[in-house]
Each structure stands twice: as structure tokens, then as C-alpha cells.
Design a protein around this ligand. Sequence first.
Ligand code: GLN
Length: 496
Amino acid sequence: MELRELSISLLRERIAAGEIRAAEICRAALDRIELLAELNAFLTVTADSALERAERLDIVARKGDPLPPLAGAILAIKDVILVENVRATAGSRILYNYIPPYTATAVKRLESAGAIVIGKTNCDEFAMGSSNENSAYGAVRNPWNTEHVPGGSSGGSAVAVASGMAMAALGSDTGGSIRQPASFCGVVGLKPTYSRVSRYGLIAYGSSLDHIGPIANSVEDAAQILKVMAGHDPYDSTSSRAPVDDYVALLDGGVRGLRIGVPPEYFGEGLDSEVRKGIEAAVKIFEELGAEIVSVSLPHTKYAVPVYYLIATAEASSNLARFDGVRYGFRAETASSLKEMYSRTRDRGFGAEVKRRIMLGTYALSAGYYDQYYGKAQRVRSLIERDFRDAFNSCDVIATPAAPSTAFRIGEKVDDPLEMYLQDIYTVTLNLTGLPGVVLPCGLSSSGLPIGIQLIGSRFDEARLLRAASSLERVIRGSYQPQALRIPRVNTPATA
Ligand code: GLN
């Protein structure tokens, strides 16, 4: 058995029963990270603190004291989310030496629940990208085929889970960065409702679009993690006070009578035919399980990518103003004036894609253009929201592809930013509207790459969304299997 085949709840039971030691699991994960270093998934590995935490849990287990709900769960954290005293680079050269003095609320809650942070994962610089090729620390490779991208921007997190270096990971999702890499790597990725999880300690990209969420091996594990992370946080005034459901307890119950909406706008031109077939087959399974399939219309979908790239770049240009060589990280030392120091720091510290976005965003916000671009984008954003509100009058959950294709080749799209931006067509709408979405694997392409289905729920309806996902997962699991992974399988010492 491998790390990938243990659920968080099963691991906890086995640690409690004395069958596995948390320290052994932790060592197995560390060995795996070392063995698969060529995938470039991790930027920092926190071996010592992870082992120390694991040993402390083993002492609790040995005494027979009750274990916390996520006891021993080995977690990887995307490098845009802060962990006290652990370097956080955001995949950027400008933060190559930044050591944060505090831990993100989401991580803090997971640690308090017994989870063990094993390290920080590689990502596109400041979470800007769809392929993880924009990291200042090199591209991440997809474990299903190492010539292909893992998706982005949370590529390292998705790879860590898919290849058994961690049991679960945190990602951030501003336009699809949890869901699209989950789709490309054949794992589960959940973007909760906007404000469901505190953003305190997340390095901001587009503040009205940013979310933290889990990437996991199963819907159940994702539900476990969400349950612990969700809820109001006094350090993030935008975090919701809505009560947190027991997502795990509510996973059973099936989909009989549930109305699944299928929007034709998400199945149009540009969608790979194998991906389309995979999604259609999954929808058929829902029908066989007793769900009612209805057609819903989301007519403003075609504006989603341009609207997203205006709003995201506008907000990013403002959020990234703080990286000026004074407050954090890298500083160009050779400048002869303050202004030159700012410009040299930013010139050398930021990569090409980040600069492109700062320029786009600054332009969209500049006097005279603000209303024409940013203002207009916000108005179209409301129309996209209205589309979904109308659609949810006639369905409970919406099913769509997660991405137009399976994982593409490294290098295939890097020189064509527009082509890259179009990758986000099915995911950005949920960031513009704040609606929750979960991606789970629903098959393999003929070339052996995972296909992901995206399920969309209404606001704060994660329980129902996850229940639908879990019902589908139960049928599909087994029909696609990780043995296609072109990476060595390593047994954990406890289970070999
Ligand atoms: N690919 C999108 C972008 O580059 C989404 C990124 C994200 O969700 N962080 O903006």
C-alpha cells in the first residue's frame, strides 16, 4: 500500500490502533519526495519539524489518548500560503529569502487538528499561470507523463498528492489554480465558496477572486480538510460567519432526485473530444444513479476569460505594488537613487508573466480607462453571476469539463499567452461568482492522461456538492487507476 491509498480517516485509525506510526508515514513521504525530486514539486521541505510533530503524535497514540481528526495527515502547502519561519517564495525571485513571521489561518487550523506540514510546493510565480512553467524555480512535471505540464498554478501541490509525496495539499485558486491542476494530475481539487476559508496568510493575487482550498486523493479527504479550515476568522474580515456543515457526515445519501444541470456553453468549440466523452459518460453515471439531468443556459460564458483577465490583472497590479525592495525579500543593491532601486528590484525580481500582468492591470485601472475596462468588466461579472443564479433555479449542481484538454506538453503554450489564458475558460467563472466547485478524475485519455469533471454548487452548498462528487467517485474509482503513472511505486515501510 502507498500513501495515496490511505485515507486521512483510515490513517488516523491505524495510528490510534498502533498499526502505523505517524513518524513512519512521515519518513515514507520524505523518501518519496527525495526519490521523485525530478518532478520539482517542492521548493522547501520541512523534514525536521514534520518528524518532530509526527513523533509527538505517536506519543499521544502510545498513551492511548484520543487523536485529533487529521492525526498524521501529511500535508504539502503551496508556496503562496504562509507558514511561520518557513521560507515563502510565491514561486518568485523577489521573495527568494522571505521568511514569514506568522502562519496562515487555514494552515494553523489544520496543524491544530493534527496534520503535519511536510513542505512548500512549487507554483507559478504569484499564482499566475496555468501550467506551472512560470515559476522562477523551474517547471513542475506531471507524474503521469513527465514531458507534460501538471497544470497551474498549484502544480506542485497537485503533483505532490498525485505521486504520493503528501496525502493532501493546499492550493490557491484565483481562476482555476486548484481545479485545473487537479484535473491534469488525476486528483480531487476543491475551491470552496468565496469567503468560506480565511485568506489570512495567503499572498494576495486578485483579492476578490482568491481562495484557499484542498487538493486530495478523494472527495472524503477534501471534505475532511475543508471542515477543519472553514469558518470565520477574526484576522480576515471578509471570511464568512455562515455555519460550517459536517461535510464528511453528509457525504452519503447519493444523488437520487438531484437535478444535475449541463450547460451547452461549456461543451462548445475548443473542447477536446476525448474530454467531452469523459464528461458525458460521467453525466450518464449520474443519471443511472437516479439524478435528473437538465439542460441549463449560461449565456455570458463567452465573456468570462476577458472579464477575468481584466479584473485579475487590475487587482494584481495593486496587490503587487508592495514588492518594492523595501518591505520584503530581494533588493537590487546597485541603484543610485530610491526610484532606481524600486525599478531595478522589480525588473530583476519579477518574471515576464508577472510584469505583463502588472502592465495590463495598471493600464486597465489608469485614469480615463478605468470605466471602459475595469468598470465594464465588473458589470459583465454581474451578468455572469445572474446566469448562474438563473441556472440554479432549475438545477442543484452543474456538471462541466474542468479544462478544454488533458495536460499539454511542457513548452507547448508558453510562447502564446492568449492560448494559455484560454485554458481557464471553464474555471474562471467560479472565481468571478464566488461559487464552489470541485474537480475529480473521471477517466483517462487514450494517451493515458487524466480527464477531470468539474461540479459546481450554489453558494455555501458545499455539502450537497461534495455528496454528488462522492457518489460519482464511488462508481468511477477503480475504472481509472494510478498504475499508469510513469513513476516508481514505493511501499511505505509500515505496509510493505
Ligand atoms: N490561470 C489563471 C491565471 O493565471 C488562474 C490562476 C490562479 O487560479 N491562481 O490567472
